[in-house]
Write a protein that binds this ligand. Structure first.
Ligand SMILES: [Zn+2]
Length: 498
């Protein structure tokens, strides 16, 4: 996500943009966003004409960047002291998506020990009047419990995936905390006396789901609140009558998927809204007429997968009953262009380190590195909607729905070295679904012609190395870690009587 301070409003640049308007290059109305968009497109064209930026994920350098970050927060990140749990998650999950976390056992163990001191005791006896802040995790040392920090901490401990990390979580105390955060509207507040929205509600529901404490008492009324956040545009806002936004849309749709309420969404409206969020650059924008941004590769990308899963599975019986052909599986966005945006335009490398930025020509950070890799993963594993039934059998307190999952597929998508063919060799299953995007991409393909020769040599031998691990679209954790964690918390059934 971008802030207004990041937008360059240099006067010379503005006059250049206004002059270019005479050539009908941009919309009639000049805004800070259209100017920033133009500048970003220019950065992309520069990268397209450069021989330096190929399609290779610089795994070694990314691991250098991430593993170095767990040792100390760099000066540029020290204002994020209260988000140390998030930084832990971004780094650990990035390393895990590159299938390398297990090579750093000391990092996992130390992080697990650190996170263990951030969960507060709950001594409030489930009373809203007693603001002890207990039960959940704080964002940093001695911080009171916060639902969003709790989600990050539980996710990080799931990613670590060891007995030591699982035992860190006190589920009894967590359940009391989450119940105390619940509002009469069916949402969850961020902390005692804090704000509530679809983001905090997703975090609470996702934590309860991961820890197998998703009781009927906890979820009562939650779906109605989330459904009320869908806007006239089709996406979801933070709360009712807010603007549709990619982050809040993910939170609402993912939580409704956990609650098995996807069928209550105005799905056609949501589908229409999100279809227009992929730009010609290949990246996703978070809101209508906003800049694309690497982090939405996950926030929006996961929603595409959940929608596709809904179409493929929740409608399957109806189609079979009517004698219709089943819909073809595949993703609803252009996977090739998304990966190109993240890897080719937003990968920022120097001699030793590499990572992803939000926009081209910007600095890398842990947040966008994590969510860039997540978006790449969602693009690379396209046999979706194949419910992994075993996940359901791990739960017994509440009948959990079947989360839509990406699955390691024989048709794994990788970026081809031949853009002129729209990656047909590797991507047959997806082309039919990408028709809407192909027209938009013609211009980009022409621009890529000059670069194909430069990349041929690199890509032939490195395609397999460019794969990242498949992640769960709802929890954004490697599938194998999801299964391991759900199995472990199934075995701890002391909360079943709730
Ligand atoms: Zn972002």
């Amino acid at each position: 996500m971008s802030s207004i301070e990041e937008i360059d409003t240099d006067e010379t640049y503005i006059s250049d943009v206004i002059n270019s308007k005479k050539n009908d290059d941009i919309d009639d109305i000049i805004t800070a966003t259209t100017i920033a968009q133009k500048k970003m497109e220019n950065s992309i064209f520069e990268k397209l004409s450069s021989t330096e930026n190929g399609y290779l994920i610089e795994k070694k350098k990314i691991l250098n960047f991430l593993s170095n970050g767990i040792e100390r927060i760099p000066m540029s990140h020290q204002s994020l002291d209260s988000s140390k749990v998030w930084i832990s998650f971004w780094i650990l999950n990035g390393m895990d998506m590159l299938d390398s976390l297990d090579s750093y056992p000391s990092i996992s163990s130390r992080t697990s020990k650190y996170l263990s001191i951030l969960q507060n005791d709950d001594n409030s006896s489930n009373s809203r009047d007693n603001n002890q802040g207990g039960g959940g995790f704080g964002g940093g040392n001695s911080h009171t419990s916060h639902v969003v920090s709790t989600f990050a901490a539980v996710s990080a401990l799931y990613v670590i995936g060891t007995e030591e990390s699982y035992k860190t979580i006190d589920r009894e105390s967590m359940y009391i905390f989450l119940m105390r955060m619940k509002t009469k509207e069916g949402a969850f507040t961020s902390e005692d006396g804090g704000e509530y929205d679809s983001r905090t509600t997703y975090c609470a529901i996702a934590v309860a789901s991961m820890l197998n404490i998703l009781t009927p008492e906890l979820v009562r009324g939650v779906a109605d609140f989330l459904l009320s956040c869908q806007t006239y545009e089709g996406g979801f806002g933070a709360y009712p009558f807010n603007e549709a936004h990619g982050g809040y849309t993910f939170c609402s749709v993912a939580a409704l998927s956990i609650l098995n309420c996807l069928h209550k969404i105005d799905m056609n409206s949501l589908h229409r809204w999100i279809t227009f969020r992929q730009s010609n650059d290949g990246g996703f924008e978070g809101r209508t007429n906003k800049l694309v941004d690497t982090c939405y590769s996950y926030w929006q990308g996961a929603v595409y997968i959940i929608i596709q899963s809904y179409f493929n599975y929740y409608k399957k019986q109806e189609e079979e009953g009517n004698g219709k052909d089943q819909q073809q599986e595949g993703l609803l966005f252009n996977q090739s262009k998304l990966q190109e945006y993240v890897i080719r335009f937003c990968q920022q490398s120097d001699k030793k380190y590499s990572g992803f930025s939000d926009h081209p020509s910007r600095g890398k950070d842990y947040y966008h590195t994590c969510y860039g890799l997540s978006g790449i993963s969602l693009s690379q594993y396209n046999e979706i909607g194949k419910t992994i039934q075993s996940l359901n059998t791990f739960t017994n307190t509440f009948e959990q729905p079947s989360p839509p999952l990406t699955k390691n597929s024989a048709n794994t998508f990788i970026i081809s070295n031949n853009n002129n063919n729209n990656n047909n060799n590797n991507n047959n299953n997806n082309n039919n679904n990408n028709n809407n995007n192909n027209n938009n991409n013609n211009n980009n393909n022409n621009n890529n012609n000059n670069n194909n020769n430069n990349n041929n040599n690199n890509n032939n031998n490195n395609n397999k190395e460019q794969l990242v691990e498949p992640v769960h679209p709802i929890y954004n954790i490697k599938l194998s870690k999801c299964e391991k964690g759900l199995k472990y918390f199934y075995s701890l059934n002391s909360i079943n009587s709730k």
